[in-house]
Design a protein around this ligand. Structure first.
Ligand SMILES: [Zn+2]
Ligand SMILES: [Zn+2]
Length: 328
């Protein structure tokens, strides 16, 4: 593919590391509206290699990462620091060619780029843009988790394991759920107090038993009718559900247990990435060593391997994150 050029107000970044996640698989499987030919990849870190007209804050050579949701930089939501819900948002790897490539074009650089501190490496920075930042915002910005609360996370992949680590750093007690015992072992290593194997047993009943009546906060990090219901029904009265998993409507719109939501006054919170403006607080915790996203990186592969892995990524047995290094 030809090398991209910097759009007005945008940059080109030389990709040093880029994560592969379930959203890439959803796009590959046809769950998103994508024009072909296409280049996926949305969790990237690298070095600015070209600067477009009108960019004020960035120069060639800067080490940067970017949220997977890039705001337009001009609308009321972007100006209020909420680019994650920008109506004119761009998502590399979805709305335009992404980072499974040596170079990627990014829009509205002054709104969306995040500087990578010297002590944070590219693979770690790439691991933030989608799943880790999403988990951070879900717990901190949306559910407002406090010390001593119970947090149940359904799904212990990239988002779920990030939830475990961040919830522990906030002083919460964690129940992790997954259908993969290896993922649960990683969750335990990251500080989950209890793990539950999703083998068809009654997950909400088990959570209620372990947590003395249900969880204060639950996160559906998978996005299926079953996991969404398990997550909601694991809550105690007045609990907060954060929906992060995508619930694609390919199998029909999911049934959600709204009777319980009403009767127990549960809060249903959506969470959609995190704006660049909210990164510094998270980056500071990483610099201080209180959060260690690098522990979630399971393996690094090249682009050839990535192409072979993507079609079967939905059933990938690997716990933790897969990072692609385009220079391999
Ligand atoms: Zn905007
Ligand atoms: Zn992702």
């Amino acid at each position: 593919m030809p090398r991209p050029t910097a759009p007005p107000s945008g940059v080109v970044v030389q990709v040093m590391a880029t994560g592969m996640c379930r959203s890439d698989w959803h796009a590959w499987a046809g769950h998103d509206d994508i024009a072909f030919p296409h280049v996926p990849g949305h969790e990237l870190a690298g070095v600015v290699s070209e600067v477009g007209r009108g960019v004020e804050s960035w120069t060639v050579g800067d080490r940067v990462t970017v949220p997977f949701v890039c705001g337009c930089g001009r609308c009321e939501w972007c100006l209020a620091g909420a680019a994650q819900v920008c109506p004119a948002q761009q998502q590399p790897g979805f709305t335009h060619w992404g980072s499974f490539a040596e170079h990627v074009a990014l829009h509205a650089a002054d709104t969306n780029l995040v500087a990578i501190p010297d002590e944070v490496d590219f693979a770690t920075a790439a691991s933030l843009g989608c799943r880790f930042a999403t988990a951070y915002r879900a717990l901190v910005g949306r559910a407002r988790v406090t010390d001593g609360e119970w947090v149940t996370v359904v799904g212990s992949g990239g988002v779920g394991l990030s939830v475990v680590m961040i919830a522990r750093a906030l002083g919460a007690r964690v129940v992790a759920v997954d259908r993969n015992p290896e993922a649960l072992a990683v969750a335990t290593a990251l500080g989950a107090e209890h793990t539950l194997l999703a083998d068809g047993s009654d997950i909400p009943a088990a959570v209620a038993e372990l947590s003395g009546g249900g969880s204060h906060v639950a996160v559906d990090a998978v996005g299926s009718e079953q996991t969404c219901a398990d997550s909601i029904l694991s809550l105690r009265r007045r609990g907060r559900q954060v929906q992060v998993g995508l619930l694609p409507p390919v199998a029909g719109h999911p049934r959600v247990p709204m009777a319980r939501v009403i009767a127990w006054e549960l809060d249903l919170l959506g969470s959609h990435g995190m704006a660049a403006t909210d990164y510094p607080a998270m980056m500071q915790l990483i610099q201080q060593g209180l959060l260690e996203p690098q522990r979630l990186v399971e393996r690094t592969i090249g682009l050839d391997e990535a192409a072979a892995l993507l079609p079967r990524f939905d059933h990938s047995p690997v716990a933790g994150m897969t990072i692609v290094d385009p220079s391999r």
